[in-house]
Design a protein around this ligand. Structure first.
Ligand code: MN
Length: 206
């Protein structure tokens, strides 16, 4: 799973940062993936901020390297919804030191995905709403029209560096409005035309 960082201008501004000159990618390991309806339990030793990030997830269907933007969509088989759950305090500490974001993005269970998969031919990506609600209250609400790097250019850029393979998933970045989650919170991430992804957060006391 490859994920774009700071790909909505207003979200980058939340952290007092500019959109990067080149696309910024990090990765999420297989142990992060959990299905719709999962309860994600935050380790008791971690007391920092734990944030939701609603995102459009692009599923690769065809292998490719050095893909031209105008051919990139041929490598997409379809789309689903993701919640790029983030241990923000760890990410912030590592960001300050210039370290990679590995630990802040890769606690077990921090990538709820699904539940619906929509084939590429069925969805126009130009203006889809990406939203997150927490306990029914809207926290994130933006549109794919505001993406800094669109899907074809993201795939073209990535494939200059590495081979994309069927089953790879590319997360397109989250809108402004990320915020902390507490014990018992229910997060619903949604993308127009794809569906709703529901996750419960457990933060048991040490
Ligand atoms: Mn993200």
């Amino acid at each position: 799973v490859l994920a774009l960082g700071k790909n909505f201008r207003a979200h980058a501004a939340e952290f007092g940062e500019e959109v990067p000159e080149e696309p910024l990618f990090f990765n999420k390991l297989p142990e992060t993936m959990v299905p719709h309806g999962a309860t994600v339990t935050v380790p008791t030793w971690y007391e920092g901020r734990f944030d939701h990030e609603a995102e459009l997830a692009v599923v690769i269907g065809k292998e490719g390297k050095d893909i031209a933007p105008e051919r990139a969509m041929e490598h997409v088989c379809g789309y689903t919804v993701a919640n790029d759950l983030t241990a923000r305090s760890l990410q912030g500490a590592d960001r300050q030191k210039g370290f990679p974001w590995l630990r802040g993005k890769n606690m077990d269970g921090t990538l709820p995905l699904g539940p619906c998969f929509v084939p590429r031919q069925w969805l126009d990506l130009s203006d889809l709403r990406v939203t997150a609600t927490v306990n029914g209250e809207t926290r994130q609400d933006a549109t794919t029209a505001d993406l800094v790097v669109d899907v074809p250019h993201a795939l073209a850029y990535l494939s200059r560096h590495l081979t994309l393979r069927p089953g790879d998933i590319v997360l397109m970045g989250t809108p402004e409005g990320v915020g902390p989650l507490h014990d018992g919170d229910e997060v619903v991430c949604a993308v127009t035309g794809i569906g709703e992804l529901r996750t419960r957060i457990a933060r048991p006391a040490a």
